[in-house]
Design a protein around this ligand. Structure first.
Ligand SMILES: Nc1nc2c(c(=O)[nH]1)N[C@H]1C(S)=C(S)[C@@H](COP(=O)(O)OP(=O)(O)OC[C@H]3O[C@@H](n4cnc5c(=O)[nH]c(N)nc54)[C@H](O)[C@@H]3O)O[C@H]1N2
Ligand SMILES: Nc1nc2c(c(=O)[nH]1)N[C@H]1C(S)=C(S)[C@@H](COP(=O)(O)OP(=O)(O)OC[C@H]3O[C@@H](n4cnc5c(=O)[nH]c(N)nc54)[C@H](O)[C@@H]3O)O[C@H]1N2
Ligand code: SF4
Ligand SMILES: [Mo]
Length: 715
């Protein structure tokens, strides 16, 4: 493809689920400036620091430029032909000997919809397994399971455009200003300019508490008690919406019976939130004309994540705060394309747009389209894949743009599992902690070098456009998957191919539209003119759907769910007296693969443990001192930052830094229904230690472990 020497390319941010539209200004094949179009949804001229200054990872010298094949402890460069042949042969051998279900695969929430569609088509049509999942399992699985049970759909019900005009809204378990920064601007505007009322329900003093009318600071892990008590208040004070309950829901009377003991005083005992504040919050939410919930990982990432989510859906259903602008249930989606990766079939139980693999009619449709037979058995989830590798049930693994050896809980366990595999192939733009253990690494094109679409948190499908030349021999993920699929079909002696000869990304999208009624009305041409379209969009003249559930829910009636307060999390005890919670900071992204190879690394160069002044005092620590953090799984060393943000007894560690990897400490216990781990609850002990021989800032980055090979870090 020919690119002009000086150019400006409209594309979509590769970091978070807000999906900001941006113009990349390019000269000499380098991005020298990033601008945001003021007239374009969803960000209207705004960008956060990652979008504005964090894109230089694309031209970092350590991008993978050729396929790499393991050679003892190292890798050697290989040709595409050699690497593709090797991968196809190894995977085919496992499929032939042990069946497709012996292969586990991770789809990629960073790659495009088109990349992920082709990926899951290769896995399903050629390997005959539904073992495809992705990081959503570690993310909104609790929310997804809860929402599916209650209303039958897990997408965010309302659009970003509505946020500015909110009336009353609750933000819980979402550190929005750091994790969805541009959305937080609209939420702040709603409060400061338009007089909306905000209730924050979060154990940490996040920035949004400054904007809140009311802040409920519950003890971590006690959400169900707080929300059940709000339901109790709404019922006893008659603040519920009789019409909505009658026409749109089921199970209300039975649910009410289970609420009897859930008084605000009962919840205060469990959560530490004053009963009066719970009453105020319930009245504000129920009596508002329009009220919405926004939430994040504080609700979802828990062994009772499904119950947490159900405690929110119960409140929305009883107050009728669903199906209208400015209301709704809104799990803020994390990765740039985590919504799209799920929508494109990157899940073990569904094809595109949640069409079930075990529905005979759906299966028959895909068998016709792909000219092959398919498996009706739902596949394994990410957490089950890791366990399957340990038991030998899984022999081979394909990881498309994820980094489980930073993001999975209990990393030593995950590492054993990965090492037990016969064959691991990683398809990525960089070497990461998982790639280090792979047999083959295949170099992909980043968002800046390929065409396609991403779907943001409010289901808006937007274009991604090539802006930079390809790096080395790297290729878009879909092309790599097509090559592998075709080679495997040949090795397996398949008579008629499932179809892996696409001209370009649009060609793939056309196939996706054809097999997915909810996408049918969306074409590249429309996206070009309209900037983005919200699915569902069933026909070419349909405007798209910015908010859902106006007339009904996908499950028919919304269902109330009785809930018990349980505590299966690991709680502090004599040996491990502190509670550890993990999460994110503004400047970094997950395992740091991308942000630590960008200018952002200078702004936030090392891990810090956030600690309350009372705890710091007891341990004789001041900001900048070094501390060893130990759990039953492992131990890390980093500096402390003394701050009142976390409550006394709770310490917070971001999981971005390999030199103090938070997931060495977390545990792999999961929610039985959603299979999501308890990333927000672990018990740890703390010990003041001497500074390591050379201190954080003084150690060159490559020696801190953040950059995987000994090349000078250049911007
Ligand atoms: N800068 C940056 N932004 C990101 C990401 C990133 O890595 N870096 N990742 C993206 C992804 S994939 C995701 S999923 C989102 C996640 O976005 P968030 O969910 O906002 O991220 P976390 O840092 O995990 O924050 C969780 C919040 O839950 C609170 N919390 C902890 N325990 C509890 C509890 O028991 N109950 C409740 N109600 N709250 C609790 C924490 O105090 C914190 O405010 O961020 C996305 N955006
Ligand atoms: N302790 C703790 N652990 C957590 C969490 C937590 O709150 N606490 N949160 C969990 C959550 S919510 C999430 S979403 C996960 C995230 O976990 P992961 O998805 O494993 O993390 P990322 O670092 O985002 O991995 C993305 C990878 O994709 C690569 N990449 C980027 N663009 C492309 C592309 O176009 N193609 C390909 N092939 N690769 C590309 C990057 O180089 C990187 O290696 O972590 C989970 N782990
Ligand atoms: S808010 Fe999210 S999408 Fe927007 S610039 Fe920041 S990281 Fe990118
Ligand atoms: Mo996530």
């Amino acid at each position: 493809m020919q690119l002009s020497p000086e150019r400006k390319v409209r594309t979509t941010c590769p970091y978070c689920g807000v999906g900001c539209q941006m113009d990349l200004l390019i000269k000499n094949d380098l991005i020298y400036r990033v601008e945001a179009p003021f007239d374009s949804a969803p960000n209207y001229g705004n960008l956060c620091v990652k979008g504005r200054f964090g894109l230089d990872f694309t031209t970092h010298p350590r991008r993978i430029k050729t396929p790499l094949i393991r050679d003892g402890d190292q890798f050697r460069e290989a040709t595409w032909d050699e690497a593709l042949t090797l991968v196809a042969e190894k995977l085919t051998q496992i499929v032939t000997e042990s069946g497709g279900d012996a292969i586990a695969t991770y789809a990629c929430a960073k790659a495009t919809n088109e990349d992920n569609y082709v990926f899951q088509k290769w896995i399903r049509a050629v390997m005959k397994t539904n073992n495809v999942d992705h990081c959503a399992r570690l993310c909104h699985a609790g929310s997804v399971t809860g929402l599916q049970l209650a209303i039958g759909s897990s997408a965010m019900s309302n659009s970003i455009a509505e946020m500015e005009h909110l009336d009353t809204f609750i933000v819980t378990g979402s550190n929005t200003t750091e994790t969805h920064p541009v959305i937080s601007l609209f939420l702040k505007k709603a409060v400061r300019q338009n007089g909306a009322k905000l209730i924050v329900i979060d154990p940490r003093q996040i920035e949004l508490t400054d904007f809140a009318t009311l802040w409920l600071r519950q003890k971590p892990g006690t959400d169900v008690a707080v929300f059940q008590a709000m339901a109790h208040v709404i019922v006893t004070e008659g603040l519920y919406d009789r019409d909505f309950i009658g026409s749109r829901t089921e199970g209300f009377d039975e649910y009410v019976e289970t609420l009897e003991h859930c008084t605000p005083e009962w919840a205060e005992e469990i959560s530490g939130v004053p009963a009066e504040d719970i009453r105020t919050a319930a009245r504000m939410y129920a009596s508002a004309e329009r009220a919405a919930f926004y939430w994040g990982m504080g609700i979802s990432q828990s062994v009772h994540g499904t119950d947490n989510a159900l405690s929110l859906t119960n409140l929305a259903l009883m107050t009728g705060n669903l199906g209208k602008a400015g209301t709704g249930l809104n799990p803020l989606r994390g990765q740039n394309n985590v919504q799209g990766c799920s929508d494109s079939g990157g899940l073990p139980n569904v094809y595109t747009a949640y069409q079930r693999v075990d529905d005979p009619n759906i299966k028959a449709k895909f068998e016709r389209e792909w000219k092959t037979t398919l498996s009706a058995d739902p596949g394994l989830t990410v957490t089950e894949m890791v366990d399957g590798a340990l038991t030998g049930r899984i022999r081979g693994m394909v990881v498309l743009g994820e980094n489980p050896l930073m993001s999975e809980p209990n990393l030593s366990h995950a590492q054993h599992a990965i090492d037990a595999l016969d064959f691991l192939v990683c398809i990525d733009i960089f070497m990461n902690e998982t790639g280090e253990r792979a047999d083959v690494i295949l170099p992909s094109a980043s968002f800046a070098e390929k065409a396609g679409t991403f779907t943001n948190s409010d289901r808006r499908i937007q274009r991604v456009r090539p802006a930079l030349p390809q790096v080395g021999e790297s290729l878009p993920d879909w092309q790599i998957c097509c090559e592998l699929a075709k080679r495997m079909e040949a090795l397996l002696g398949v008579e008629e191919s499932a179809g892996f000869d696409y001209h370009d990304a649009e060609d793939i999208w056309e196939e996706m539209r054809r097999v997915t009624p909810d996408f049918y009305g969306i074409t590249y041409e429309r996206l070009e003119h309209e900037g983005g379209v919200h699915w569902p969009c069933p026909s070419l003249d349909h405007p798209g759907t910015p908010y859902l559930f106006e007339n009904d829910f996908p499950r028919g009636k919304g269902k109330f769910w009785a809930l018990e307060v349980t505590n299966d999390s690991e709680t502090p005890d004599e040996d491990y007296p502190y509670h550890l919670t993990t999460g994110r900071v503004l400047f970094h992204w997950h395992g740091g693969t991308m942000t630590r190879r960008s200018k952002l690394e200078e702004a936030f160069p090392e891990p810090i443990l956030e600690m309350h002044p009372e705890d710091a005092h007891a341990l004789e620590l001041v900001s900048g001192d070094w501390v060893e953090v130990t759990s039953r799984r492992g131990s890390v060393v980093c500096r402390v930052m003394v701050t009142g943000r976390s409550p006394a007894g709770t310490v917070f560690l971001p999981f971005h830094f390999v030199e103090a990897a938070a997931n060495l400490l977390t545990l792999d216990k999961i929610d039985p229904r959603a299979k999501i781990p308890d990333f927000k609850m672990a018990a740890v002990s703390l010990r003041k230690v001497d500074a390591p021989e050379r201190e954080g800032h003084d150690v060159p980055l490559e020696e801190r472990g953040a950059i995987k090979d000994p090349t000078t870090f250049v911007h």
